[in-house]
Design a protein around this ligand. Structure first.
Ligand code: RB5
Length: 158
């Protein structure tokens, strides 16, 4: 099940990486450009050695502000970027490692941020994950109740 095919052309994607995710982020950026999908690259640049926190935070802020609709954040494992992004109110980020986890992150969790590991995934698998993440709609129903509970916890703790 997908349900959102074509919607990615109405989205602006926030991209970010650290040095460990740079090559994979570049592959994602090239794929998005080739498909006519808009994105903003919040860094890092080539040859830099950086802290993933700084770049993941910039991309997450752009989603919170409404400048971007979804985020794709790449570090070595996808874990650090996931932790950073999930500190922001309204962000639901998931490290995904195959098409199934990407699909579930949208169907059941309404995730607006995908994180991936540049040291974990090859570019072909990563691009498949991105396609599924962008093309899958939230299922709603009982899952909307669960996501609302997450929102309430977020409110209580902000
Ligand atoms: C950088 O060496 C690495 O720690 C970082 O890319 C990421 O995997 C952290 O979660």
């Amino acid at each position: 099940m997908r349900g959102n095919e074509g919607e990615e052309h109405n989205m602006k994607i926030a991209l970010a990486s650290d040095h460990a995710g740079f090559d994979l982020k570049k592959a994602v950026a090239e794929d998005l450009a080739g498909r006519g999908i808009a994105y903003v690259d919040f860094g890092c640049g080539p040859g830099e050695n950086v802290d993933y926190v700084d770049f993941g935070a910039k991309a997450a802020r752009s989603i919170v502000s409404g400048e971007c609709d979804r985020g794709i954040l790449v570090c070595g494992t996808g874990i650090g970027m996931g932790i950073v992004a999930n500190k922001f109110k309204g962000i639901r980020a998931a490290p995904c490692w195959n098409e199934y986890t990407a699909e579930m992150s949208r169907l059941h969790n309404d995730c607006n941020c995908l994180t991936m590991g540049g040291r974990v995934l090859g570019p072909e698998e990563a691009l498949r994950i991105v396609r599924v993440f962008l093309a899958t709609a939230f299922e709603g129903g009982r899952h909307a109740r669960r996501v609302d509970k997450i929102r309430r916890i977020e409110e209580e703790n902000s």
